[in-house]
Design a protein around this ligand. Structure first.
Ligand SMILES: Nc1ncnc2c1ncn2[C@@H]1O[C@H](COP(=O)(O)OP(=O)(O)O)[C@@H](O)[C@H]1O
Ligand SMILES: [Mg+2]
Length: 343
């Protein structure tokens, strides 16, 4: 299938099983060389095929165009950017930021802390140039420190790793905090969402005792750490709590309200990346209409539009097609894995 999308809003409409999610998956592959649905090669190719390929052209606002090609067989994978082979998929992710809302995204509100940490980290990755290096140093230091704790014997090396983990951990923490502050500033003046669920705010718990430095905390090494044989404090234990009027959102919100909050969070992350990097991410919402009533649909559609991002929304509802129609909007119909513009 082939599509020439609008730089603004693209609504992909089609019956169940027509190929809508597959289209979003193709865009995701261009961004990461990975699928968001499956990690198995066999799930990504049609029955008995030996390879698959995706290619796309990205044009920035200045009109500079980049070509990306991905070709995979069961054992090999070839990534090209502007006809040059690229060896790391991480290089690919830096070409354009991508934010996706799909059924797994309910986990942002309903799931464990790891999902929220990773959401923030992926956005920070696009904005703060040193973040990846700090996060890698931190994770490596953590592994070394944990190995020493497991020996249950004080080693002179522990002091070295305490410093390494503390300094990189504080950098990871500070970068996340800048992102969370931005989100909170934006959410504090958000009126549409307030009508739906009340005012949303984020509370960031850093993962170690407030008011202490990470180094002090690591040097204290409670008995519990020796017993557990692992580091119990640090940004890997951080928690982001999504709350409304002091209550945890997960406890009180309906599925539709959660979906609206998730879309708003993604839209705000889009603004965060755009303000700091002057590059607008691509925003994708799979099964856009599901769980949302008419009012919510209109409000969330506005949230997506207000980002100014290139957006891909899929739906099974032909009525939703009536809600698009602004100048730059594009409507596509998908049928049996083929996509065509609706004129
Ligand atoms: N272009 C295509 N060529 C071959 N198979 C496809 C194509 N598009 C979709 N499929 C297959 O059709 C099935 C349903 O596709 P999916 O994208 O999940 O549908 P939808 O999201 O519209 O419900 C999947 O098994 C997918 O692999
Ligand atoms: Mg689908």
């Amino acid at each position: 299938m082939e599509i020439t999308p609008s730089p603004a809003l693209n609504l992909i409409w089609g019956a169940n099983g027509s190929g809508k999610t597959t289209l979003l998956e193709a865009v995701h592959l261009l961004n990461s060389a990975k699928s968001f649905r499956s990690s198995g090669f066999k799930d990504l190719v049609s029955h008995q095929e030996l390879l698959f390929g995706v290619s796309g052209q990205l044009s920035d606002r200045e009109g500079q165009v980049r070509s990306i090609r991905i070709q995979k067989t069961e054992k090999t994978s070839r990534i090209e950017v502007d006809s040059q082979a690229v060896t790391s998929a991480a290089t690919l992710a830096t070409t354009f930021p991508l934010l996706l809302v799909d059924p797994h995204s309910f986990g942002i509100v309903e799931g464990g802390p790891r999902i929220r940490r990773s959401l923030i980290d992926r956005a920070v990755f696009h904005v703060e140039p040193d973040f990846i290096a700090a996060a890698k140093t931190y994770l490596n230091g953590l592994a070394q420190r944990n190995a020493l704790l497991k020996t249950r014997q004080r080693s002179p090396q522990l002091d070295y790793w305490n410093h390494e983990v503390a300094s990189s951990g504080e950098r990871v923490h500070e970068a996340r905090l800048r992102c969370v502050r931005f989100l909170n500033e934006m959410l504090a003046t958000e009126e549409v969402l307030e009508q739906i669920v009340g005012r949303i705010s984020l509370k960031y718990r850093q993962g170690w005792r407030e008011g202490s430095s990470l180094l002090e905390t690591l040097e204290r090494q409670g008995v519990a750490e020796w017993q557990a044989g692992q580091t119990l404090s640090g940004p890997h234990k951080a928690e982001l709590i999504i709350q409304t009027q002091g209550e945890s959102l997960a406890r009180i919100a309906s599925r539709g309200q959660i979906k609206a909050v998730v879309i708003k969070l993604m839209a705000t992350l889009c603004d965060y990346i755009h303000t700091r990097r002057t590059i607008r991410p691509i925003l994708m919402v799979d099964d856009f209409g599901a769980e949302l009533d008419d009012l919510m649909l209109g409000l969330t559609l506005k949230m997506v539009r207000d980002t100014g991002a290139q957006a891909f929304l899929t739906t099974i509802h032909s009525q939703l097609a009536k809600k698009v129609g602004a100048d730059d909007d594009a409507l596509f119909h998908v049928e049996h894995g083929e996509v065509s513009p609706v004129l």
